[in-house]
Design a protein. Structure first.
Length: 396
């Protein structure tokens, strides 16, 4: 077999449980969405796949696990076909995907398609969601929001609670959406030089902001891993809301890394959050105009689905709410040292996934006021998981 298959290294993937004909399978989803087909395996095979870390050959894995060699070869070959093994097949799929995006000038519609089949259907749904929420009546000028990136079916109350604070007659000159890089390649800040398509149309990139960041931070550093935006939902889930209120506003989309995880290589090949924040603040001061910033942020992820040994119930849901609210209290007081320190202290045991963009949002905006509008917990009916989120407004 080719060397990359004989010593396989698995790419990041998203495991999704599924059942068929009474049997349980794990669907391996490529978060970059490079290949149309996906791969399903039985749970026992998952234990083998997790050993594909590029350190051992198939012979060594077979000797350690007693797995038949023909099964290992079959699994590796199938993984390679769908681009989940680092190697020539993945590189070709990535090249084709990048070429299509470059040709069209925007990322294709993906997760936002779940909002509705067309613009009219989307607007009707969003009208209803917003009408179910009270106006938070934030005093002063809204500078930005923190809002969830859950799927719309579960997370719509959080989206609507946050966006209810906006006014349609205050169209910004640009929008910045800071997302979270859940499964992508990049470990630094990942900026998109392209626009995005949604059921409400297309949004264009903010060319003025991009030109400034290219000059300040370097194109290679900020665009190196922008293919991560193809399958990443945290930015794309918010674009229809911006279109609902303001139409096609120039957009700066960036994925912000977790500050608790260091860069893989400290070789200055990627832009850090601190460098990005400094460059954006300078750009905004020079460009002027009104900017709206959205931090796309889910909070705790707990329960057996995320590796915890316990099922979710009312008691531990209350306990995690207390943890969330302690962190949110520090955040709304603009005490960033305490906010970040709480995660360092407990090693982020409840798996907040968006500490990075929440920190970046405050450091860019430096708002006078940070108001908590809403807090939500979404629990799996079988007790397998709980995901929390918050709606927050920045104002001055």
């Amino acid at each position: 077999m080719a060397e990359h298959l004989n010593r396989p290294q698995i790419r990041n993937f998203q495991p999704l449980g599924m059942e068929k004909d009474g049997k349980t399978f794990v669907m391996l989803r490529d978060p970059s969405m490079l290949a149309e087909q996906q791969m399903a395996v039985v749970p026992q095979v998952m234990q083998l796949i997790l050993l594909f870390q590029g350190r051992e050959t198939l012979d060594e894995i077979a000797a350690k696990t007693q797995a038949p060699m023909h099964i290992l070869r079959d699994v590796v070959t199938r993984l390679d076909e769908v681009g989940l093994i680092w190697g020539p097949r993945f590189e070709e799929l990535e090249r084709v995907a990048k070429a299509k995006i470059t040709e069209h000038g925007y990322f294709p519609m993906s997760c936002s398609a779940s909002l509705g089949k067309d613009e009219e259907a989307c607007r009707e749904t969003m009208d209803k969601w917003l009408s179910d929420m009270e106006d938070p009546e934030i005093e002063g000028t809204i500078l930005g929001l923190v809002a969830p990136h859950l799927d719309y079916q579960r997370g719509w109350p959080g989206y609507a609670a946050a966006y209810r604070a906006l006014k349609k007659d205050e169209k910004p000159d640009r929008v910045i959406i800071l997302g979270t890089n859940h499964f992508g390649i990049g470990d630094g800040v990942v900026v998109s030089e392209y626009g995005f398509a949604t059921p409400l149309g297309k949004v264009s990139p903010d060319k003025s902001m991009l030109a400034f960041l290219e000059k300040t931070l370097g194109s290679k550093r900020i665009y190196a891993d922008q293919i991560d935006h193809l399958g990443e939902h945290s930015v794309q889930m918010h674009i229809p809301w911006i279109q609902y209120f303001y139409g096609d506003v120039p957009l700066l989309a960036a994925l912000i890394p977790n500050p608790l995880v260091p860069l893989v290589a400290d070789d200055d090949a990627r832009a850090t959050s601190e460098q990005f924040v400094s460059a954006v603040r300078t750009a905004l001061a020079e460009l002027g105009g009104r900017t709206l910033l959205i931090a796309s942020s889910d909070l705790s992820h707990v329960g057996q689905q995320f590796g915890d040994p316990f099922a979710m119930n009312d008691t531990n849901a209350d306990q995690f709410e207390q943890i969330d609210r302690e962190r949110l209290a520090a955040y709304c007081k603009k005490d960033m040292a305490t906010f970040e320190g709480l995660f360092i202290k407990d090693q982020n045991k409840s798996r907040w996934c968006s500490v990075g963009n929440m920190l970046a949002a405050q450091n860019i905006l430096r708002p006078n006021n940070v108001d908590l509008i809403d807090y939500q917990q979404v629990r799996d009916p079988n007790g397998m998981s709980m995901v929390s989120s918050a709606a927050i407004a920045f104002s001055q």
